[in-house]
Design a protein around this ligand. Structure first.
Ligand SMILES: NC(=O)c1ccc[n+]([C@@H]2O[C@H](COP(=O)([O-])OP(=O)(O)OC[C@H]3O[C@@H](n4cnc5c(N)ncnc54)[C@H](O)[C@@H]3O)[C@@H](O)[C@H]2O)c1
Length: 421
């Protein structure tokens, strides 16, 4: 990763939490992982409003409204803000053009003006929807996030991508809108359903594998605490995940290259979600996609069987068991993969990992893909044959015999077309 001037994540730890200051494309904002997030946000917002506290539109879904809405609303009101609470139904179907339009009308009816702010209280659905509305309402009002799911914390909150779905595709209408601040209390994750929590753990595992040894070892050493939702361990894991994502986004703010690596596990993952009519949750589908991609990487990118076993073991320990996908239709899954936005005409691209932190993308030949899919759909725990070894070059008489120095596998490994590491 380059040491670009725009690339900054400054971390400050306190007894009761952590503050990160993230700079992306010259714009900085804080992330408060501390108790009483709404109070902290209100104080921060008040300090940014020299003309006095204005109006806040607090957008929740019905679950986050029930669980946290009134308490957080009270914290904002205590600091002098007038709060307009807007609650939408929970669930992905709410992230729609129609609901975005209804929210725009509701903001107008409530007298929200350009100098006012939108505060999104919820998971990734709420931050994507509220962010989209904040980007278009009166050509843009300030956005603040109070994330309440692990997935929103480690993924959706950072990076500025906001969108709504259309029938044709997920996230079809969207733009970039960074928040002015993010605040979260990790204790809120205790009320998440097991399935939603594990979805977030899958994105955490993905991020650690992309990030490299340091983060990966941290997760491997703390799988028990992570499964038990220990707030201290979660704080460290979330800080590392946010830092990694912010660094990638700072290098590729408009998703033109490097950022595609965050799609690891998503080529098969998205296809599985679609083929199951979204009954397979996103994170579980991504975890399965990571298992598939790792096996593909053994053949196409020089990943070792040890890496595949290590990734499997991490996913198992995080409660992300392999899925039984034998009922799915191979042609349907392949069709869904072909519609993936990473692809060029007629090709299917995968993000592959050779070893922790070594990432690339490649288009995958149809015969190779189908051979992996057949094995994957028929035989559980398959390991494809290792590629034929290249013929050994004749040893040169004068070559060094320094065999004990760490061997770098990279030059021998088949290269992915676009090496992103
Ligand atoms: N913008 C991005 O970069 C980005 C990245 C990843 C995902 N996303 C988007 O994020 C969305 C998925 O996010 P999600 O997984 O957070 O889903 P979500 O926001 O739909 O939340 C999942 C469920 O958990 C409930 N919930 C939220 N917080 C809770 C809490 N603390 N306790 C109990 N229940 C709670 C919600 O009401 C909902 O029913 C998708 O729309 C996806 O496209 C966006």
């Amino acid at each position: 990763m380059s040491s670009d001037e725009t690339l900054t994540v400054v971390r400050n730890d306190f007894e009761d939490g952590t503050r990160l200051d993230i700079t992306i494309s010259g714009q900085s904002y804080p992330v408060f992982l501390l108790d009483k997030p709404a109070e902290i946000l209100a104080e921060y917002l008040a300090a940014r409003s020299p003309e006095g506290p204005g109006n806040i539109a607090l957008i929740c879904d019905e679950n986050t409204a029930d669980l946290f809405g009134l308490r957080y609303e009270a914290d904002l009101i205590k600091n002098g803000f007038t709060v307009v609470a807007l609650t939408v139904p929970a669930g992905e179907t709410t992230k729609s053009w129609e609901v975005a339009g209804q929210l725009v009308s509701a903001l107008s009816d409530a007298g929200i003006e350009r100098a006012d702010s939108i505060v999104a209280l919820g998971g990734g659905m709420i931050s994507d929807l509220s962010g989209f509305v904040a980007a278009v309402y009166e050509r843009g009002v300030d956005l603040y996030l109070l994330p309440t799911t692990l997935l929103a914390l480690v993924d959706a909150a950072i990076g500025g991508k906001v969108a709504v779905n259309r029938d044709e595709a997920k996230n079809l209408a969207g733009t970039f809108k960074h928040p002015h601040a993010i605040a979260a209390d990790l204790n809120v994750l205790k009320s998440l359903s097991e399935i939603e929590y594990r979805s977030g753990l899958a994105e955490l595992a993905k991020t650690a594998i992309l990030s490299g040894e340091d983060f990966l070892v941290f997760l491997e050493e703390h799988t028990g605490e992570l499964c038990a939702r220990d707030p201290e361990v979660l704080r460290e894991a979330v800080v590392r995940a946010m830092t990694f994502k912010a660094q990638i986004v700072a290098e590729d703010p408009y998703d033109k290259g490097l950022r595609v690596c965050l799609n690891y596990g998503h080529t098969i993952g998205h296809a599985l979600e679609q083929a199951s009519d979204f009954t397979i949750p996103h994170g579980l589908a991504v975890a399965e996609g990571m298992r598939f991609a790792a096996r593909l990487a053994m053949q196409l990118y020089g990943a070792s069987p040890e890496f595949v076993r290590r990734q499997d073991a991490l996913l198992d320990a995080l409660g992300l068991a392999p899925l039984d996908i034998s009922d799915h239709n191979i042609a349907e899954l392949r069709g869904a993969m072909q519609r993936d936005k990473k692809n060029g005409a007629g090709e299917i691209r995968f993000v592959l990992v050779r070893e922790p932190g070594a990432v690339g993308t490649t288009s995958v030949d149809t015969d190779i893909l189908l051979s992996h899919m057949r094995a994957w759909m028929g035989i559980k725990d398959y390991v494809p044959p290792e590629p034929e070894p290249e013929p050994e070059p004749e040893p040169k008489a004068e070559e060094s015999s320094d065999q004990d120095e760490g061997r770098d596998d990279a030059p021998d490994a088949p290269a992915a077309e676009d090496d992103l590491s």
